[in-house]
Design a protein around this ligand. Structure first.
Ligand SMILES: [Zn+2]
Ligand SMILES: [Zn+2]
Ligand SMILES: [Zn+2]
Length: 159
């Protein structure tokens, strides 16, 4: 995305961060809405396009769930790595209360090292989407798909 030295259309003394994908006007951070791929402004027509983009996202969610823009913004693409606990010794993921995203339904988990069920070490917090998908090669069987992204702000969770 190209960022010119323009100022915001609504706020002539504020620097623009980018432009609206529909009307191509430059705006400051406050005046832009971040879509999945592009920015949109709050003007009626442009906002409708943003809503359409969001609806497309939600419609295809059942067959192809993925993180919403906000959750992507708050995480990095670092995944959890292997999770493996044998006889209650090893790594596991434990869900943190209250972290569910209403839009993409991802949850927050902590990757822990456990010894006999006791949490002895933390490997940090992740957003996770887990769902079952019908396999196309084996009729009637499902596979579990798991996506994880590490939270950028690890401290916020520990409060
Ligand atoms: Zn616009
Ligand atoms: Zn502005
Ligand atoms: Zn989300």
């Amino acid at each position: 995305m190209q960022i010119k030295n323009n100022n915001c259309l609504n706020h002539p003394n504020k620097k623009a961060i980018s432009f609206c994908h529909i009307c191509n006007n430059y705006y400051c951070e406050e005046c832009l809405i971040e879509g999945r791929e592009y920015y949109y402004c709050h003007k009626e027509n442009c906002f409708q396009e943003y809503k359409k983009d969001l609806e497309n996202f939600l419609e295809s969610y059942d067959t192809n769930p993925r993180f919403c823009p906000q959750c992507i913004k708050e995480t990095s693409d670092e995944s959890t790595g292997d999770i493996n606990s044998t006889n209650l010794v090893g790594t596991k993921l434990v869900q943190i209360d209250g972290g569910t995203c209403l839009l993409c339904k991802s949850i927050i988990v902590e990757k822990q090292y456990e010894i006999f069920g006791f949490r002895v070490k933390s490997f940090g917090f992740y957003r996770v989407i887990q769902f079952k998908k019908y396999r196309t090669d084996l009729v009637g069987s499902k596979e579990t798909i798991f996506y994880a992204r590490k939270l950028l702000n690890q401290k916020k969770i520990l409060l």
